[in-house]
Design a protein around this ligand. Structure first.
Ligand code: CP
Length: 309
C-alpha cells in the first residue's frame, strides 16, 4: 500500500483496505501519542499548518502529532495576519507553503479549497475541513473510535443527530459508515436534513438510512449516538438559525431509554446540544474521541511524509 506523497482530501479517495491499514497503524501509535514512547521518525521534516478558519482540536492535534514525531510546524491560525489580507490568492499561498515544507494541512471556509490546494502543491495536502464539504481526518478518528469501543462497525446501529446539512463531519462519516455496512438513522430538524448527495452515496453502497425526527425512539436500540452542533457560521441568514437553535438536546433524562452500552460521540466543539451532566456518564466518549485525533493524525503524517515507527 502506497501512501507516501498522497493527498488526504476526502474519505472517498480511500478503499476500505486502505482505511483499515491507517486505523491499524493508528493503534500502534497510541503509546507515542500518549508520550510513553518516542521516535524521531519525522526529524527534519516541516509541516505547514494553514488555518483560514477557527479550530482547536484539528489544529492542535496536527501540530502535536508533528512535534511528537520529532518534526516541526510553521503556519497560521488566523489568515488576517497573512498576505491574504493584501489580496493574495489561495493558490499562491499554497505554492509558498509547498516550497517551505514537506506537507500542508489546510482548513478553509470554501468547499473544494483543499482539492484546489492539492492541485498547486507537490507535497501532500491534508484537508482539515473545507466549508460544509468534507473532514476526512475527523472521519478516520471517528471510525477509529467506534472500532476501538465496539470492536466492529458492520451492523452497528448508529444515529447521526443534529445539523446534517452543514455539518461536514457527518457527510464524510455517513459515507464511511455505509462502506463498513453500519445501520444508519438520521435525526435532524427538517431544514437541516442530510444532503441528497450523501444519502445517495450511502444507497450506492447498499445502505438505506432511516430518517426520523423522533430522537427518543431512534436512540432506544442505538449502539452509537453521534451528535453535532448547529453550524451557526454556515447559515446564510440569522433568521434561519434562530428557527432551529435549541431544537434538540441530549441529557440524562433522554438517556434513560438508551441501551446500557450506548456511546455518545461528538466531533466538538459542543455548545448546548449535549448537557454537561452527560459528561459524567459512562456513555460520554467525546473527549476520548478527541484524543484519538492524535494517534490517527500521527499515523497519517507518518504515512504521507514518509517514515514508520
Ligand atoms: N472536530 C473539529 O474539527 O474540531 P475543531 O473545529 O476544534 O478543529
Amino acid at each position: 500500500m502506497k501512501f507516501n506523497g498522497k493527498d488526504i482530501i476526502s474519505i472517498k479517495d480511500f478503499t476500505k483496505n486502505e482505511i483499515n491499514y491507517i486505523l491499524d497503524y493508528a493503534e500502534d501509535m497510541i503509546p507515542y501519542a500518549k508520550g510513553d514512547k518516542f521516535k524521531n521518525i519525522l526529524k527534519g521534516k516541516v509541516l505547514s499548518s494553514l488555518f483560514f478558519e477557527p479550530s482547536t482540536r484539528t489544529r492542535l492535534s496536527f501540530e502535536s502529532s508533528m512535534n511528537r514525531l520529532g518534526g516541526r510546524v510553521i503556519g497560521f491560525s488566523d489568515p488576517s495576519g497573512t498576505s491574504q489580507k493584501k489580496g493574495e490568492s489561495l493558490s499562491d499561498t499554497i505554492r509558498m507553503a509547498d516550497s517551505y515544507s514537506d506537507a500542508i494541512v489546510v482548513r478553509h471556509p470554501h468547499e473544494g479549497a483543499a482539492r484546489l490546494a492539492a492541485e498547486f502543491s507537490d507535497v501532500p495536502v491534508l484537508n482539515a475541513g473545507d466549508g460544509a464539504g468534507r473532514h476526512p481526518t475527523q472521519c478516520l478518528l471517528d471510525l477509529f473510535t467506534i472500532r476501538e469501543e465496539k470492536k466492529k462497525i458492520k451492523n452497528k446501529k448508529i444515529v447521526l443527530l443534529g445539523d446534517l446539512k452543514y455539518g461536514r463531519t457527518v457527510h464524510s462519516l455517513a459515507y464511511a459508515l455505509a462502506l463498513y455496512g453500519a445501520k444508519l438513522t438520521l435525526v435532524s430538524p427538517t431544514s437541516l436534513k442530510m444532503p441528497n448527495e450523501v444519502v445517495g452515496e450511502c444507497k450506492d453502497l447498499g445502505i438505506e438510512p432511516i430518517s426520523t425526527s423522533n430522537l427518543e425512539k431512534a436512540i432506544r436500540d442505538a449502539d452509537v449516538l453521534y451528535v453535532t452542533r448547529i453550524q451557526k457560521e454556515r447559515f446564510p441568514d440569522a433568521e434561519e438559525y434562530n428557527r432551529v437553535v435549541g431544537s434538540y438536546k441530549v441529557n440524562n433524562e433522554l438517556l434513560k431509554s438508551a441501551k446500557e452500552d450506548l456511546i455518545i460521540m461528538h466531533p466538538l466543539p459542543r455548545v448546548t446540544e449535549i448537557d454537561p451532566e452527560v459528561d459524567k456518564t459512562h456513555h460520554a466518549l467525546y473527549f476520548k474521541q478527541a484524543f484519538n485525533g492524535l494517534p490517527v493524525r500521527m499515523a497519517l503524517l507518518s504515512l504521507v511524509i514518509g517514515g514508520r515507527i
